[in-house]
Design a protein around this ligand. Structure first.
Ligand code: ADP
Length: 264
């Protein structure tokens, strides 16, 4: 009889533990949902005031009468508010991805312009570090993609390449179309600091920052590549990274479809 009682007690206790665990899981899920909501709400609310600050700062900087210290102060506000805007946009994207609301507006496009614009946007940063940007893309570079989102991915890869490459390095962008697979591949290669092999599996994790980037004091949030990966996944494409060669550096490879997906 004691045997039976002991067994029943054990079963009861197991039941209780299981019940507690389920309750705990529900609570964690609820907290996770609240966190997502808070991030979405806060970033949304920050968006308009930031846009106003940036707009007015640009107006100040456009005024040739603004000189000396005042011009310097306005340019500091401009730089910092631009940085904040980038952060808020990344947080909003992250919230959208979590909510499964990353909407793509797919259409046929040529990537030639997109690459050129993305490179132009980084010219000043590259020149400041005496980095050469070489563009070697085919004349025919079709894609079936969302131009705004694809530009965002390219901007992220090109700006990382410049950011993580020391003075005097080179960034090379190549683009090829493959007829047989109906895909277009872009490669962004740099002669930069590289990514330590054992950390590479985490490269596309949210908030991941490689130890060499942190120890060299290069600023970042670790959101860009996670967002880029989600964008490319949504295109049914691929995004990967590998060492550029024995002398270091990194190559990022993006492949996207060049024609619409087949009708289901
Ligand atoms: P961020 O640059 O803001 O930190 P990303 O998500 O774009 O965020 O990149 C995540 C991390 O991956 C970076 O912090 C850096 O450690 C590493 N990384 C990205 N691109 C490169 C690159 N071209 N060369 C070396 N490391 C890179």
């Amino acid at each position: 009889a004691t045997d039976v009682t002991a067994r029943r007690e054990l079963a009861d206790r197991r039941e209780q533990v299981l019940h507690d665990q389920q309750q705990q899981n529900r609570r964690l899920r609820e907290l996770d949902r609240l966190k997502d909501e808070l991030v979405a709400l806060v970033s949304h609310e920050l968006r308009n005031p930031l846009a106003t600050i940036r707009g007015y700062t640009e107006m100040l900087l456009d005024d040739a009468g603004l000189t000396g210290d005042h011009r310097h102060l306005a340019s500091v506000i401009d730089k910092h508010s631009a940085h904040m805007q980038g952060l808020v946009d990344d947080l909003l994207d992250t919230a959208q991805i979590d909510a499964g609301q990353l909407k793509l507006e797919l259409r046929p496009l040529s990537l030639i312009r997109l690459v050129a614009d993305s490179v132009d946007a980084r010219r000043a940063d590259a020149t400041a570090k005496q980095i050469t940007i070489d563009v070697d893309v085919a004349r025919h570079l079709p894609a079936h993609a969302d131009p705004v989102r694809l530009r965002q991915v390219l901007d992220n890869l090109v700006s990382n390449a410049v950011k993580y490459t020391p003075q005097g390095g080179t960034v090379t962008i190549t683009g090829r179309h493959d007829d047989t697979t109906a895909t277009t591949t872009l490669r962004v290669t740099d002669t930069g600091i590289g990514i330590p092999a054992e950390q590479r599996p985490h490269l596309f994790d949210r908030f991941f920052r490689a130890s060499n980037a942190v120890s060299q004091g290069i600023k970042g949030t670790g959101l860009g590549l996670a967002i880029s990966k989600a964008i490319i996944d949504a295109h049914h494409g691929t995004l990967s990274a590998e060492p550029a060669g024995p002398d270091g550096g990194t190559t990022f490879t993006v492949t996207v479809p060049s024609c619409p997906p087949p009708e289901p």
